[in-house]
Design a binder for this molecule. Structure first.
Ligand SMILES: Nc1nc2c(ncn2[C@@H]2O[C@H](COP(=O)(O)OP(=O)(O)OP(=O)(O)O)[C@@H](O)[C@H]2O)c(=O)[nH]1
Ligand SMILES: [Mg+2]
Length: 316
């Protein structure tokens, strides 16, 4: 059978039209075995790094994304943006246009922007966005994923992002929220946005830094940097990029393969949980039969496909 999906090489040279077609096909044929094979091929390709930007509505994520795109282009990096819209299942996508109002040049093949609804999970990423990120990661040097949320969404974002940046708005109480959330999973970098607001931004940054130092954070050897950044004036953008790069470097040092394989296992588990609930997850994790979690490290999508077929056979 001739594959409906391009090879990695074709994907790399096919431009934005081909990429858009592939992403659409992933949404319409999400459950095909062929889709799973394709996704496993792309997700294990050596590709670029994925930066997750999260924070409350209006904190300045898109403006920051815009600034980061410019930085990437100045460094001749190819960059893709995925804006995940949690509200579009309710508003029918009314906000999507707003989300993607990035000032990018449509003829620049090295900048790709796509919006997606956050379907089927509360405030989280849909299977479609996970698949899209796997594809974009294979083709672009830098992938930026923008999601709305504070506190609860970082964990979800970590499943796809190598580096998670939490954006905090000066004078909003976000930093308080952050301190209360102390026990939750931490971002890799905190960006206090709108640094042009002066004293308020400095205050928020020192609150967050204080919270971080109090929290007895010994999660790893990585100290979460707090960067004040203004997309309006451009101040701090280079610092943010440097911090994110430094974090990515630590992953590379530790072995990026391991990070990615852990991500793949969490994708697999999430697909199982979404489709078959905790009982399904329990079956997948059960020792004795097929070691699904081991298979999922390198082939998360086809492992899920096989697992799902098996479960359905037993159920019906
Ligand atoms: N003063 C100042 N305002 C900013 C800055 N960055 C963004 N804004 C303003 O903040 C508002 C929200 O910016 P967005 O970039 O759309 O924020 P967002 O986090 O993407 O918002 P959602 O996608 O709706 O969650 C806009 O009115 C921006 O003009 C900044 O660096 N300084
Ligand atoms: Mg936005």
């Amino acid at each position: 059978m001739v594959s409906e999906f391009p090879t990695l090489e074709e994907l790399g040279t096919g431009g934005k039209r081909l990429l858009s077609r592939v992403l659409t096909r992933l949404e319409t044929h999400a459950r095909d075995a062929e889709t799973a094979e394709f996704l496993d091929r792309v997700c294990t390709a050596k590709g670029g790094c994925v930066l997750g930007l999260t924070g409350p509505p209006g904190v300045g994520k898109s403006s920051l994304t815009d600034a980061l795109i410019k930085t990437c282009r100045a460094e001749e990096k190819r960059v893709a943006v995925l804006a995940v819209d949690p509200s579009s299942s309710v508003t029918g996508g009314a906000l999507l246009g707003d989300r993607t109002r990035l000032k990018t040049d449509p003829t620049d093949e090295a900048v790709f922007v796509r919006s997606m609804a956050a379907r089927n999970r509360l405030g989280g990423l849909s299977d479609h966005s996970v698949a899209a990120i796997a594809v974009l990661r294979a083709v672009y040097d830098q992938v930026i994923v923008e999601t709305v949320g504070i506190g609860q969404s970082e964990g979800d974002l970590r499943q796809v992002a190598d580096t998670v940046v939490l954006c905090i708005q000066p004078g909003s109480g976000d930093s308080l929220q952050f301190m209360k959330a102390g026990i939750m999973e931490l971002p890799d970098v905190v960006a206090v946005t709108k640094a042009d607001m002066g004293a308020l931004a400095r205050r928020a940054a020192s609150d967050v830094s204080g919270a971080l130092s109090l929290g007895a954070v010994s999660r790893s050897s990585w100290n979460v940097p707090v960067v004040e950044v203004s997309s309006q004036t451009g101040s701090g953008v280079a610092d943010l990029v440097a911090s994110a790069d430094a974090h990515f470097d630590t992953l590379v040092e530790k072995g990026l393969d391991e990070t990615r394989q852990k991500q793949h296992v969490s994708w697999f588990k999430d697909m199982v949980r979404t489709e078959f609930g905790l009982a399904g997850l329990d079956m997948a994790e059960r020792k004795g039969g097929e070691d699904w979690l081991l298979l999922a490290r390198r082939r998360p999508f086809s492992s899920f496909h096989s697992f799902a077929s098996l479960i359905r056979q037993r159920l019906f």
